[in-house]
Design a protein around this ligand. Structure first.
Ligand code: TRP
Length: 365
């Protein structure tokens, strides 16, 4: 691929198209690609060879999109893309407006319900948004179903200090008020700045299983801290958490580079306790290169009885360089536990702008 003459849209489209074909989701690839293009917003028309116009936090190299592939034993692979819509002239406010335009388009096209979005938007979308982003979307592609769409708000949109209040009020308004104390007791317990709310996410669907998800970043935490966080949710096996950390990162912490991240899933019927928990390990910070990250993922898959071939195909469809030439292509790995379906998800960076050189692990090796 010649990146010099391509737009962000073109580049994203080519990668998504290959990825979908690599895991047998190619049949509806044209529509999926169109959806991704639109979700990138007007900023998606910018040329990739120009300097980065907006420092998107979606990926380390500022690419405003990131792929992930979700696997579960005996289930077809799911492909997802996390997207930050950007404006023609990107900026905090301009991007928020662009992302709201995207929402209008998606709601109209797919006849999506927006009542839950509207119930909390005034909390998370102030006139002078702060923090790294205002709105991100996740597009989820599964076999034989229309794409599912999820929206992410930034709990720090009114500053870091306000985040706990925003999340508490957001949960309240969506009917999960009693869940807030459970989250705090298990996952926001290590003092100011150590456990920070990172995302507040909603499924935009009529499905009775529509979720509200709350994400918390645990700075300098250990696998034991994550295990404690997992205990908040129903139907999870917290004993798996430490193992997952060990297999994915090679240690049980403390994780002093990028943080471990927890997410809780609330669905209809959940009162005080969430019905799902996921742990995200930023594997790229704890390996030398992507060859090592791949080996970690393969170990995980063996451990969770997941056939690795879909992952191998997905990785090959995105990688444009030898795996030991850089680090960060495999950005996170996550363990999903509890309802609706347990499994392992691997996050794949586009590297549209840049590749990080392999890490020299002089002390660790
Ligand atoms: N790049 C950010 C991070 O690494 C946000 C992010 C993108 C993220 N994809 C993610 C966080 C997947 C957790 C899981 O934190």
């Amino acid at each position: 691929m010649d990146a010099t003459s391509l737009s962000i849209r073109d580049f994203a489209s080519q990668q998504l198209n290959s990825l979908l074909h690599s895991v047998h989701l190619g049949e509806t690839a044209d529509k999926s690609v169109e959806l991704l293009s639109e979700t990138l917003g007007p900023g998606g028309f910018r040329a990739l060879n120009k300097t980065v116009s907006w420092p998107s936090d979606v990926a380390d190299d500022n690419t405003p999109f990131e792929f992930s592939t979700a696997f579960a034993e005996g289930e077809p692979t799911t492909v997802r893309v996390l997207v930050e819509p950007t404006a023609h002239e990107p900026g905090a406010l301009a991007n928020m407006d662009a992302a709201l335009d995207v929402l209008d388009t998606l709601v109209r096209r797919y006849d999506l319900p927006r009542d839950r979005f509207d119930a909390v938007r005034d909390l998370f979308l102030p006139a002078d948004p702060q923090g790294a982003f205002s709105l991100w979307y996740s597009l989820v592609f599964r076999k034989d179903t229309p794409p599912a769409i999820k929206v992410y708000f930034n709990p720090e949109a009114r500053g870091q200090a306000e985040a706990p209040l925003l999340v508490e009020e957001g949960l309240n308004r969506l009917g999960f008020g009693p869940g807030h104390a459970t989250v705090v007791d298990h996952a926001v317990r290590r003092g100011p700045g150590m456990d920070r709310y990172s995302f507040f996410a909603l499924d935009l669907t009529e499905d009775p299983l529509a979720r509200v998800k709350v994400y918390i970043s645990h700075f300098d935490a250990t696998a034991a801290d994550a295990e404690e966080a997992a205990r908040a949710a129903k139907g999870v096996d917290p004993g798996r958490v430490q193992d997952f950390c060990l297999l994915s990162s090679g240690s049980t912490g403390p994780f002093t580079e990028r943080p471990l991240i927890s997410s809780y899933t609330f669905m209809a019927g959940d009162a005080a306790r969430p019905s799902g928990y996921s742990l995200y390990v930023p594997v790229r910070c704890y390996v030398e290169d992507d060859q090592e990250a791949r080996a970690r993922v393969l170990d995980l898959m063996t451990n969770y009885d997941v056939d690795p071939s879909a992952f191998e195909n997905a990785l090959a469809s995105i990688a444009r360089r030898p795996l030991d030439d850089g680090v960060g292509l495999i950005a996170h790995v996550s363990l999903r536990m509890g309802a609706p379906r347990p499994g392992v998800t691997v996050y794949l960076s586009s590297e549209a702008y840049d590749t990080a050189p392999p890490r020299a692990m002089t002390l660790a090796h």
